[in-house]
Structures are given as structure tokens and as C-alpha cells.
Design a protein around this ligand. Structure first.
Ligand code: GLA
Length: 501
């Protein structure tokens, strides 16, 4: 007891000394620090820390490749510090010490073994990096691609950083054997984590997961498919791999030489170089660079829906632009994204499409009804149908949902009109999409967690006593009588109909 009391008294005295010294001198941790870390793919990524120390508290931020994260619960005492940050839904803890001007920091990522890195101090000049000025705005002429919404597959939703050359080849084979290619899915897109180092001439190479990108493109092309890649206008991609900053024309030429047909270009660390207001000019720079290659390359803007990208994406040379932050395979996220797109309909059409993010059909624990709703809503939205599941092992039910040609035909309709919400009755919603030849697609959705009866007058949709509709999930013509629709719809379920005049 007495010892404990003495110890706490010493502690108090000690803290007292620290406070006095903190008031009179700047803490040695104060300032901007940078760590670099090489991962198993051979990629070197950097993290920048801005530390402020005062009265035993450590505040500031950690700059990762895709944003600034605030330091929480930071403490510093006698050069030893600890803090945490919220990295998406998980908490990463850090601790370390500064001694004789050297700072070491240990990162406790809950999914990885702890790693201790030494940091170097950035001078004020180094922290005040001046970016290449954005080009003056102009309109990038259309590349003539994407007359209907893009269809394909992307590695991110399921594989994230685990994507390899071997998996891409297996996915290409599965695309063919599952009937996906013949249903219209053509692009195989490699998302983040393929990028390797640049050589002394600035030429970008794939990392060791991808031995030969040209050979991989040949393999994919030989199966009647197309190959897509991913980059960023920043120095680093969102996962911390090399971006195209300062190498836009060189990278576009490299991609074209490899035989790449699609580029997803993700804002990520460009936020460190440019204010969001410069986005159009910066995307235009890559739009111009791709055009200059002479190769038809689909250009996809991924910027989390910032800066009303739908109003200018097409002018920057893009064929699709993300309207939202990332999707995940949870019903709530899919529901929030899908049902919030009605207002953006006017901006999407042949050559340039709103992109509410890739499909999660076949991922996570979505019910069959939720998967059909996801697919139906994306089709009504004329959204790109870029699947994100493991095509090598998908269930027959998932394959049937993804290859439902009657639903795909709604998405791919030649008129290129984007559907809108027409009726909202509590958690029942009715969306329509005008189709070519005066036809109409109608989706009736039940967003409730329980079955509900949906009921409304046909004339609320501008339909006059229709005698028949095609049910696109039941694959049958259904006779209609009376002037009202009435049907029980399961929780999170959909009825999708096509009307012919
Ligand atoms: C961002 C994008 C995702 C994916 C990752 C890759 O989060 O929105 O679709 O491309 O980057 O790091």
C-alpha cells in the first residue's frame, strides 16, 4: 500500500516535471514523420504522421494512401507514445518512442503481425510538396465505347489484395465455362495491388504476382474477353501501390502496349496533391493520355461520387463514373446505394454511365431475394454490371441470377434510359425504366424486413389496363385483369416486369 502510494507520488512528481518541460520546450515528437514499408508483393508504401504533443496528449493525423485519419486517445510520456486510429471498421493501435531525434513506431493492425518501422522526419519544405499544375479544361472527344452499360468482372470485391495472374486466368476460363461471357460479361478487370515498381526510365512494371501483363492480356483475349487494369492520379493507389502521378502518358502507352482495354482510375492519394475542385482537370489528363494511345480503352472514374462527377465525367473522357463510396456485401449498404440513385438518372446514357459500384451478387450472406433485388435495381439503373464474386466456385443459383438474360436485357436496352422511382408507399417502391420500342420495365420492391402486399393502380405508371406482362424472374407471361397490381413480395424482394405495348 505504502509502496503503491510512494510510486504514485513519484509518478505525480514525474508528470509534473514533464508538464514543466513541455511548456518550456517543443516535444521531440512534434512535426511530420514518414515511414516506408515493403510488403510481400515487393511493394513499398509510405505513411505520413503529423504529430502534435502537448500536456502529455498526442494529437494529429495519419495520412494513408486514401485519406487522413485522426489520431485518437493519443498519449506521450518521456518520449514514449501510444495512439489509435479507426481504419474503416477496425481499430489500429500504434505505440513507439522518440529518442535522440530517431522515431520508431509499432503498428498493431488487427489482421497482421505487429510491425516496427523507423520514421524519418520531413522538413517543412518536404511536407509542402508542390504538385504539377492541373491542365486547362477542355472537352475530351468521345472514344465511341460503352454504347450500353459495361459488363464484366472485377477482382476487388472478393479477392482484394489476393489477386494473382493465376487467378485471373482461372476467372477468364470460368467466365467462359459458366456461360457468363455468352450472357454479355466481357471485361476481366484487375483492380488494385497488381502494380510494381517503376524502373529508372519511369516505366511501370507489374509486381511479382503478375509475371507478364502482355501474356496475360493475350490469354484473356484468346477467350473472347477483354482485360482491364487499375491506377490512380495520385502517387499511390488506395492500397498504397504506385499510382500514375507524373507518368500519365507513359502509363497509358504502357497499358496500350500490353493490350489493356479498360482503366479504372481511382482518386486515392491524389487528395494529397490537389483540392477536390481540380478533379475534372486531373481526370481529363488521363482521358487525353488514353486517347493519345489510339487504342480503344474504356475509362472509368472512381472518386467516391465526389464533386458531382456525373455532371462532368463524360467531358473528361470517361465512360462511367462512380456515384458513391464503396459497396460491401451487406444488404443495408446495397439498399442505401441502390435506392439513392433516382435523382442522378438524367446524367447517365450511351457512352457515359452512372456507376453505383460493382455487384456483390454471390458474396457475403445475401439471401436469394436480396441478390435478385440487387440485380434488378442495377438493371433498372442501367448500371454497369461488373460482378465481383469468385466465378470459379459460384453456386448454380448465383449463376442463374447473374446470367438471367431477360434481366440483363433491361440493363442493356438500346435506348440507354436510366430508371427512376415512380411510387413510394412506405417501404414499397415502384421504379420504371423506359425501353426501346415503347416498352417499359417495372420493378416493385419490398424494402421491409418482412413480406408485404404491394398494391397500386396501373395508371399511376401511365399504363392503361395492361392485359399481360412478362415476369422476368419467373420467366413467364402473366395475364393481368383489373386496373390494379397486387402481389405479396417477400422481405427485401422484387417483382420485375416487362410491358410490351
Ligand atoms: C477504392 C475503390 C475500390 C477499390 C479500392 C482498391 O476503395 O473505391 O473500388 O478499387 O480502392 O484499393
Amino acid at each position: 500500500m505504502r509502496t503503491a502510494f510512494l510510486a504514485s507520488l513519484c509518478g505525480l512528481l514525474f508528470v509534473g516535471t514533464l508538464i514543466v518541460s513541455a511548456q518550456s520546450t517543443v516535444s521531440p515528437v512534434e512535426g511530420t514523420w514518414k515511414t516506408t514499408h515493403t510488403n510481400d508483393d515487393g511493394n513499398t508504401a509510405s505513411t505520413v504522421y503529423q504529430f502534435h504533443a502537448s500536456d502529455g496528449r498526442l494529437t494529429g493525423q495519419v495520412e494513408v494512401a486514401w485519406g487522413n485519419l485522426s489520431i485518437e486517445q493519443g498519449t506521450i510520456s518521456d518520449g514514449r507514445f501510444a495512439f489509435q486510429i479507426h481504419m474503416g471498421e477496425s481499430i489500429w493501435k500504434y505505440d513507439g518512442q522518440v529518442k535522440d531525434g530517431n522515431l520508431s513506431i509499432t503498428v498493431h493492425d488487427p489482421n497482421m503481425p505487429a510491425a516496427t518501422l523507423s520514421a524519418t522526419r520531413l522538413t517543412e519544405e518536404q511536407s509542402r510538396f508542390v504538385a504539377i499544375p492541373p491542365p486547362p479544361l477542355h472537352v475530351v472527344p468521345s472514344n465511341g465505347l460503352a454504347k450500353t452499360p459495361l459488363m464484366g468482372w472485377n477482382s476487388w470485391n472478393y479477392f482484394q489484395g489476393r489477386i494473382t495472374d493465376a487467378i485471373v486466368r482461372q476467372i477468364a476460363d470460368a467466365m467462359v465455362s459458366s456461360g457468363m461471357r455468352d450472357a454479355g460479361y466481357t471485361y476481366i478487370n484487375i483492380d488494385d495491388t497488381w502494380e510494381g515498381p517503376r524502373d529508372s526510365s519511369g516505366q511501370l512494371h507489374p509486381n511479382k504476382k503478375f509475371a507478364d501483363m502482355k501474356a496475360l492480356a493475350d490469354y484473356v483475349h484468346a477467350r473472347g474477353l477483354k482485360l482491364g487494369l487499375y491506377s490512380s492520379p495520385g502517387t499511390e493507389t488506395c492500397a498504397g501501390y504506385p499510382g500514375s502521378y507524373g507518368h500519365e502518358e507513359q502509363d497509358a502507352a504502357t497499358f496500350a502496349a500490353w493490350g489493356i482495354d479498360y482503366l479504372k482510375y481511382d482518386w486515392c492519394s491524389a487528395f494529397r496533391l490537389y483540392p477536390d475542385g481540380d478533379m475534372r482537370a486531373i481526370y481529363q489528363r488521363m482521358g487525353d493520355a488514353l486517347r493519345k494511345t489510339g487504342r480503344p480503352v474504356v475509362f472509368s472514374i472512381s472518386s467516391g461520387g465526389k464533386e458531382h462527377v456525373w455532371t462532368w465525367g463524360r467531358l473528361a473522357g470517361a465512360n462511367l463514373w462512380r456515384t458513391t463510396d464503396d459497396i460491401n456485401p451487406g444488404w443495408k449498404r446495397i439498399e442505401n446505394i441502390g435506392f439513392s440513385q433516382s435523382e442522378l438518372a438524367q446524367w447517365s446514357g450511351p457512352g457515359g454511365w452512372n456507376d453505383p459500384d460493382m455487384l456483390e451478387v454471390g458474396n457475403g450472406h445475401l439471401t436469394p431475394d436480396e441478390q435478385r433485388t440487387h440485380m434488378s435495381l442495377w438493371a433498372l439503373l442501367a448500371a454497369p454490371l461488373i460482378t465481383g464474386n469468385d466465378l470459379r466456385s459460384m453456386s448454380a443459383e448465383t449463376a442463374a441470377i447473374l446470367t438471367n438474360r431477360e434481366v440483363i436485357a433491361i440493363d442493356q436496352d438500346a435506348l440507354g434510359v436510366t430508371g427512376r422511382r415512380i411510387l413510394q408507399m412506405g417501404l414499397i417502391e415502384v421504379w420504371t425504366k423506359q425501353l426501346a420500342n415503347h416498352q417499359l420495365a417495372v420493378g416493385v420492391f419490398n424494402r421491409a424486413d418482412h413480406a408485404q402486399v404491394a398494391e397500386f393502380d396501373w395508371n399511376a405508371l401511365g399504363l392503361n389496363h395492361p392485359a399481360q406482362a412478362r415476369d422476368l424472374w419467373q420467366h413467364k407471361d402473366i395475364p393481368l385483369t383489373g386496373d390494379r397490381f397486387r402481389r405479396e413480395i417477400p422481405a427485401h424482394g422484387t417483382v420485375l416486369l416487362r410491358f410490351r405495348p
